[in-house]
Design a protein around this ligand. Sequence first.
Ligand code: C2E
Ligand code: CA
Ligand code: CA
Length: 681
Amino acid sequence: MFTLPESEGLQVLYGDYSVVMVLLSIVIACCASYTALSMNQRMQQNSFFHKSFWLVLASVAMGLGIWSMHFIGMSAFMLPVSMSYDLFLTIVSVFPAVFASYLAFYFANRKKKGHLPSIMAGLIMGVGISGMHYIGMAAMEMDVEYVYKPWILLASVVIAVVVSYVALFIFSTLQKYMGNQWIKVLTSVLMGLAITSMHYTGMAAVVFYTDNPIEHDLHGMHRMDMPLLVIVVTIGIFVLLAVSSLAGLLDRYVDYRLHHFDALTLLPNQRQFEQDLKNTRGTGSLAIIHLHDLEKWIGAYGYSFGDQVIKHAGDVLAGLKMNPSKIYRIEGNRFAVFHADERGSNVLKACMERVLAELKQPLLIDDYSVVIEMVCAVSHSDNSDRNRLLSNTMAVLQHSSIRYQHEVIEYDPSIHTYSFKKQIVQDIHLAIESNELFLVYQPKVWPETRNVTGVEALLRWDHPIHGLISPGVFIPMLEESGKIFEVTDWVIANVCRQVSRWLEEDVAFEQVSINIPGPYVTSSRLLSVLKEQLEKHEIDSRYIELEITETSVIHDIENAITAVGRFREMGLSVALDDFGTGLSSLSYLRKIPISTIKIDKTFVDGVPLSDKDSALLRAIITLCSSLKLKVVIEGVESQEQIDFIASIIETPHIQGYYFSPPLREGDFAHWLKERELVENV
Ligand code: C2E
Ligand code: CA
Ligand code: CA
């Protein structure tokens, strides 16, 4: 195998390479590596397909790439002999490449980063590429014999291992930057070079010889070209690329459908509604239909009954022939219709009256005839202030005079604003006593390891008349009336109780953040409430973080600095919330001893589509990380936003719907457990 036989008349044959085919083989290896890396990336993301699907597809792409590179590389080599391939060995040779790719990617994708997993991955990949090559060589059938030069053979394997290691090390450590096309292309080229350099070094280790003298005539040279094989290989690669791009497209589409549409009515959901409200310009009218007593019907006849009611309402609304308008299911029992009309709300109102008249008819479901009560609120906005449009419409629904009698009620500023505010402020005491207030917790996640680094406690109010009222609506009202202090004390007490329970149950929440309203930051009462609750529940202050807003700091900067200093002395963390939204001077940032900075959602929304927004977010993150503070980025909703953020800062803490919306205490513990299960698969 390694020594030339000693015989007279033995003739050593020298081959030649077709440059075009050599280049083609390099391109194929790099393309296959790129495809495989893209699929590896998919594994890291939320996907409709299981992780193993992408791992297998990536391994098949890589394995086929190595295999095709080899045979195209062989057809680039010209010798003055005729040759063919043993079909069985040719097919068998693809397996080491696929298996090695599978194992190598498995190691490279492990959460634990470092040299050892990369060494394992590089070693396996290098051996796989070499195994494929030498089985492929054994598949050759020709009139001449060959031996290997052992040192060059060994060098070819070492090259494959070392370059694979470098490529996989870059891949696994720079995984978070793979959104950056240049780094991905560089890694793919390195991987492609690992494959091709092994192959061509391996070819340099072969000495072809024959006992039957052959005329060295270039015209008579038989290229080792296998037109059929090249065609099969090329088709194979294209099929694989097509399958993987289709799977990627399907994945994105399923993700979009899941997140933006309601599964029951197939109408766009609340998320899509919020996005559309934000992105559409010009005047328009909004109608919200609220179905009353749905829980009562579900309690009496079951969930599928409730589903049929909703479906019926959705179908009637979908039958609306009114352009340009869009219908959404924004909550369990609420639908919204947005109608872009400059002339006012009359058209939408008339249309809603027709809808309600139809929905008023008794509904026969499973032999039960019921009449579902409902009400519809309509409002119109002459400018592009969409938030105002929504809050006005909601104010109608939340008004105390509301009756669910199939009425369409139009927003009237003299009725709907004032009395609602007054009622909210009055009701808050009762709300605390009768357990209408509760807290939800939104996790902050470190995307690289996907570990939870803390949660933010957010207040919810389930009002007996108005239903769930958004904190964006009731907190400013309580702030205005000074009632927010009592509510904050209630939040602190409840968070401390929850922390002590989670500690007992071993729930990995890390730290809970509490929102502290502006004027309360500098009050001595806050400090004593905090001390009292921490002692009462016997918890360490490191489990609590206070979120204060920029606006509250800037109004009373000297006292705010002193207050924050005291909190820090107590061992509490302090975060500056909604950073960048207030009209503030940056000079206080150096003076105030905060531990965390929270970048507001408004800076994230346009990223990465808008270049201006991306540049602004980049500048803000760079500024914050230069201050050596923990940086939390709020309102992150997509993988593209995470990739963008990860390309700027190494350790961002991400809070947003991408990882999770705010969850009730039990749902949060459940969410944590489910993640552990998925991570351990
Ligand atoms: P915030 O402190 O800036 O809280 C973050 C808000 O952004 C929360 O809204 C959260 O649900 C929402 N959010 C988080 N991730 C995403 C995302 O990816 N997409 C979108 N569209 N939204 C996201 P929420 O719970 O409605 O609270 C609104 C505001 O009400 C809070 O803004 C805070 O200023 C105030 N608030 C809430 N709970 C409390 C509280 O207990 N005390 C005080 N004083 N204020 C509170
Ligand atoms: Ca906050
Ligand atoms: Ca915030």
